[in-house]
Design a protein around this ligand. Structure first.
Ligand code: FES
Ligand code: FES
Length: 189
């Protein structure tokens, strides 16, 4: 959701109001209790309604895998999945994500700790240097494969173009996605 939406600066110090999953009844400012479904777990939080999903994940829930790069929708470091689709969490209000399945990098490994094939492929192909962009790259890459937009190198580069890497690990990232694409076809993840 674009940040151009304007809000009142007034932070109403009122009692928390329960917010409905469909967003009805949400005010443009003030605080409310939200139920966020993150990595299969419902997390109840009380937030200012102007809080981005990125800040809710990092500052309130302690899930710091999603990174704050530009905070303006231009780098992809904050990418998470909502209902399997990639979104920029810096441009998404936490309130708008309520009741929808949110997946962050912390939720990719299975309950035995086995890494997702995309995580494993990034390791095997050395697809990171500093690692700052990596959680966003991995989540975006998973969606890219699921969308059917990873059929060849050119397509991967095009559909991953919203995820920037200052370390320029792009060739290794493409190679990792090509490997994981096959593994994801064979498995269900
Ligand atoms: Fe969200 Fe850069 S931090 S796109
Ligand atoms: Fe450093 Fe991508 S690995 S920004």
């Amino acid at each position: 959701m674009p940040t151009s939406r304007t809000f009142s600066d007034e932070d109403q110090a009122s009692e928390p109001r329960p917010a409905r999953p469909d967003g009805a009844g949400l005010q443009r400012s003030g605080r409310a209790e939200l139920a966020l479904l993150v990595n299969g777990r419902t997390r109840r939080v009380r937030l200012d309604l102007r809080t981005s999903l990125l800040d809710a994940l990092r500052e309130t829930l302690g899930l710091t895998g999603a990174k704050k790069g530009c905070d303006q929708g231009q780098c992809g470091a904050c990418t998470v999945l909502i209902e399997g689709r990639r979104v920029l969490s810096c441009l998404t209000l936490a309130a708008a994500a309520q009741g929808r399945a949110i997946t962050t990098i912390e939720g990719l490994a299975d309950h035995n700790g086995e890494l997702h094939p995309m995580q494993q492929a990034f390791i095997e192909h050395d697809a990171f240097q500093c690692g700052y962009c990596t959680p966003g790259q991995i989540l975006s890459a998973i969606a890219c494969v699921r969308e059917g937009h990873a059929r060849n190198e050119a397509e991967i580069r095009e559909y991953m173009s919203g995820n920037l890497c200052r370390c320029a690990a792009y060739p290794n990232i493409v190679a990792a996605i090509e490997q994981a694409r096959s593994a994801m076809k064979e498995g269900s993840r």
